[in-house]
Design a protein around this ligand. Structure first.
Ligand SMILES: Cc1ncc(COP(=O)(O)O)c(C=O)c1O
Length: 401
């Protein structure tokens, strides 16, 4: 962000911002006017509860029921187990605070969401990278890592597996339901040796930004969930990132603990913002907006991959994203992409910015951090800037190669 401000004309394909022109300005204006109409105004502008707006918790539970295909006659997800937070980012932070002590270990995708790695680092929590396959987590890598921890006597420090399970940041990979189910079973098998529960933190931030109608049930709906799944998600990416409303479904006793810590942080998520979301979900304008947004990102993703095909050398590889905001690009191993690399410096000269891939890997001494990848975002740049940005990046790559 600093680079973008300091260098006018720089095209940033780095920040995970969302698409400016499609933010729901008109919809939000109508909602706010209605929220403050008549004598309803004061209660809208009062404190809310720590847990979150009741109608929003109910609507969130119903949406998750639908997404996970819970039959109508079944009880479905209990709205009382939903905690509304200031973005899902706040919940991820709170979870670190309540679950982990310095020196604890969390398994993460290799590579993973770098801001989450930052939270772990700030709590002194150590990461172990689990390899990824096109359909998600590599189960063999998970088992091997768990066995190694058991043999080295470190299993007692292992507390959780953190998985960005839908259109992952940074790789775009979705972990299929069967793998989530298998991962839960594997983790359960090590709980006795660990001496405590091992949780699966399922971060579903990009679930609603799928480019097709294909969805994958969450780990919560797995037969093996048994109070071990913490599901976090957000209304911010699919609606408006500035309306910082996220949520989580937590098993007890974590729900109560997280709510207490949340109360200490802020007494609850901004009441007014939650009611904006509540109204949008209830009236259907949220759903309408998400449908438009999915098409918009799909076309931006296509513009980016088309431009990559045109401007990148043949040896540069990527998978076409099926949702989310990111393209994960693999360069030949000898082409380094880090902040001090020739390529990064050349890219800056060409006035284009990317996220170096090595920032997305946790510090895991059992392997070298790969340093030949980059994360590109098609979220905030316009199609024109995406095309121009990729053309500049292609020029930089060719110069360095
Ligand atoms: C994987 C992932 N999880 C969580 C978040 C947090 O988003 P928010 O706080 O807007 O819900 C982000 C934001 O970029 C993300 O990429």
């Amino acid at each position: 962000m600093r680079e973008a401000l300091e260098r006018p004309g720089l095209i940033s394909l780095a920040a995970g911002f969302t698409d400016n022109p499609s933010l729901p300005v008109a919809e939000t204006r109508v909602i706010i006017k209605d929220l403050l109409k008549g004598n309803k105004g004061p209660s809208r502008l009062q404190y809310g509860t720590t847990y979150g707006d009741e109608p929003l918790r109910k609507l969130t539970a119903q949406r998750l029921d639908r997404m996970d295909g819970c039959p109508k006659q079944a009880k479905g997800y209990d709205p009382d187990r939903f905690l509304i937070t200031h973005g899902s980012q706040q919940l991820l932070y709170i979870l670190n605070e309540i679950l982990f002590d310095p020196g604890d270990i969390v398994l993460v995708e290799d590579p993973s969401y770098f801001v989450y790695l930052g939270i772990m680092q700030s709590h002194g929590v150590l990461g172990k990278g689990i390899r990824m396959e096109p359909d998600g987590l590599d189960l063999l890598s998970l088992e091997t890592t768990l066995e190694t921890l058991k043999k080295s006597g470190e299993l007692a420090r292992l507390k959780a597996l953190y998985l960005v399970s839908y259109h992952s940041n940074p790789t775009g990979i979705t972990t299929c339901a069967a793998k989530k189910e298998a991962a839960l079973k594997i983790l359960k098998g090590y709980e006795k040796s660990a001496g405590h529960p091992i949780y699966l933190i399922e971060d579903a931030a990009y679930r609603e930004l799928s480019f097709s109608d294909k969805d994958t049930p969450s780990a919560l709906s797995s037969h093996n969930a048994s109070n071990r799944v913490i599901y976090t998600s957000t209304y911010s990416k699919p609606f408006a990132t500035g309306i910082r409303v996220g949520y989580g479904f937590l098993p007890e006793p974590l729900f109560t603990t997280a709510a207490r810590v949340k109360g200490n942080h802020d007494f609850g998520t901004a009441n007014f913002l939650q009611q904006i979301l509540s109204s949008a979900v209830e009236s259907g304008s949220y759903e309408e907006h998400v449908q438009k947004l999915r098409k918009r990102y799909a076309s931006k993703a296509r513009a980016m991959t088309r431009a990559c095909k045109k401007h990148f050398p043949e040896k540069v590889k990527w998978e076409n994203p099926e949702g989310g905001l990111y393209l994960w690009v693999n360069l030949p191993k000898k082409v380094k992409t880090g902040l001090r690399s020739k390529l990064f410096i050349e890219a800056l000269k060409q006035k284009v910015l990317y996220v170096p891939g090595n920032l997305c890997y946790c510090d895991d001494a059992t392997r070298r951090k790969p340093n030949h990848q980059m994360r590109l975002s098609f979220g905030s740049a316009s199609i024109k800037h995406i095309e121009e940005g990729i053309s500049r990046l292609g020029r930089a790559i060719k110069r360095v190669m």
